[in-house]
Design a protein around this ligand. Structure first.
Ligand code: UDP
Ligand code: MG
Length: 136
């Protein structure tokens, strides 16, 4: 049975700043993701805090929110069979040092915080995150 899903992807400030947007988009397309919506925006610290609210008790929360709001980001809706998991696999581990060869974070990530991309981690969160950026 087919299971086409949507997931939210963000090209983070470190990658947008290094002009990697087109390169990263081409990786998604090569891996059969359809980019159904896309926008380049800059969010406020308050918006970043809302987006990453699940991490509010973590020691890195403050830095993370400052970082995500520090420069332009590209937010995209990706569509594909099992898109949520497929995107997590293509992104690679949170820490680029641990990410597998061929993954986006292995290729482009600079550090555990500047790891170039975000991807929803479940179908439920994908819906919430897509809503957060596109349905208002
Ligand atoms: N992060 C960080 N330090 C850590 C763990 C995470 O700066 O020790 C940042 C990193 O940018 C990561 C984001 O917080 O992408 C969200 O963390 P999560 O554990 O959800 O990782 P992800 O789902 O992005 O792989
Ligand atoms: Mg996460």
């Amino acid at each position: 049975m087919s299971n086409t899903q949507k997931t939210l992807s963000i090209i983070k400030p470190d990658a947008v700043q290094r002009n990697l947007t087109e390169e990263i988009k081409s990786i998604f397309k090569k891996n059969d993701f359809e980019i159904t919506s896309e926008k380049k925006i800059k969010i406020s610290k308050e918006e970043a805090e809302k987006f990453y609210i699940v991490h509010q008790t973590k020691p890195f929360y403050e830095d993370l929110c400052n970082y995500l709001s520090s420069g332009p980001i590209v937010v995209m809706i990706l569509s594909k069979e099992n898109a949520v998991l497929a995107n997590r696999e293509l992104m690679g581990a949170t820490n680029p040092e641990d990410a597998k060869e061929g993954t986006i974070r292995k290729k482009y990530g600079l550090s555990i915080d500047k790891n170039s991309v975000h991807g929803s981690d479940s179908e439920e969160n994908a819906k919430k995150e897509i809503d957060f950026f596109f349905n208002n």
